[in-house]
Design a protein around this ligand. Structure first.
Ligand code: MN
Length: 231
């Protein structure tokens, strides 16, 4: 196939213990999936899950033990971190039953759903789409993918984010309002999931702004950590 200009290369995320990359298709994100975060955002913690997307090229791969530099984005003065468990889909499907959802998961990773909160808040107030607040360049740092064949399907474990060594977010993935299987079940009624899809499963309380020069370190028990410096 010829193209009028070279197409962008396939976005991939390295897989722990493998030379092969996980090819990224879509990035789905879950809104308000920890009760304490829903409360801090002024929402009802019992709301059903809702979703938004980021383009695949928002991904920034974070190799272990090495700070990845991400430039402070334009048009914001409230650039916030959201540490999240990321689910990597290995087998597609629609209307997936929660009881069988784990069969569709290839693995898990640590991710950051970076957010221009001021722009997101403006869009919410005006009833407009969230893309400018959520789907901007380099807004989805991610660590290496840990295959479920190695780590299983974690349902508990600390997730945390520090800025310059001080705790900002600290919770446990057992506190997800909608579990990973329930999230997959719900999402797959709305979209046909495909291998390569990533699901950022939502962030706990403690979201806050970072500025140039600060370093974010985030992790989840058993899934390693990521280090991102804002430049
Ligand atoms: Mn989020």
């Amino acid at each position: 196939m010829n193209y009028v200009f070279p197409p962008e290369p396939q976005v991939g995320v390295p897989v722990v213990g493998s030379d092969a990359m996980f090819p990224v298709r879509r990035i789905y994100c879950v809104g308000r999936n920890y009760a304490a975060h829903a409360r801090e955002m002024g929402a009802d913690e019992r709301d059903p899950p809702f979703f938004f997307c980021k383009p695949d090229n928002c991904i920034v791969v974070c190799a272990p033990g090495r700070a990845v530099e991400v430039p402070y984005p334009g048009q914001t003065s409230d650039y916030q971190h959201e540490i999240e468990l990321v689910v990597a889909i290995g087998k597609g499907g629609s209307n997936i039953a929660a009881a069988r959802a784990n069969e569709h998961v290839f693995g898990y990773a640590v991710g950051l759903d970076m957010t221009r909160r001021d722009l997101q808040s403006q869009m919410k107030k005006q009833g407009r789409p969230w893309e400018v607040g959520k789907a901007f360049d380099r807004s989805a740092p991610i660590g290496l993918i840990h295959p479920a064949s190695k780590v299983g399907h974690p349902t508990k474990g600390a997730l945390w984010l520090q800025v310059d060594g001080a705790d900002r977010q600290r919770s446990d993935i057992s506190l997800l309002v909608w579990s990973v299987p329930e999230t997959i079940a719900n999402l797959s009624t709305l979209f046909e999931l495909q291998p390569g899809d990533l699901i950022y499963s939502g962030t706990p309380e403690g979201v806050n702004a970072v500025v140039r020069g600060q370093t974010m370190t985030g992790g989840i028990d058993g899934l390693g950590d990521i280090v991102v410096k804002v430049v």
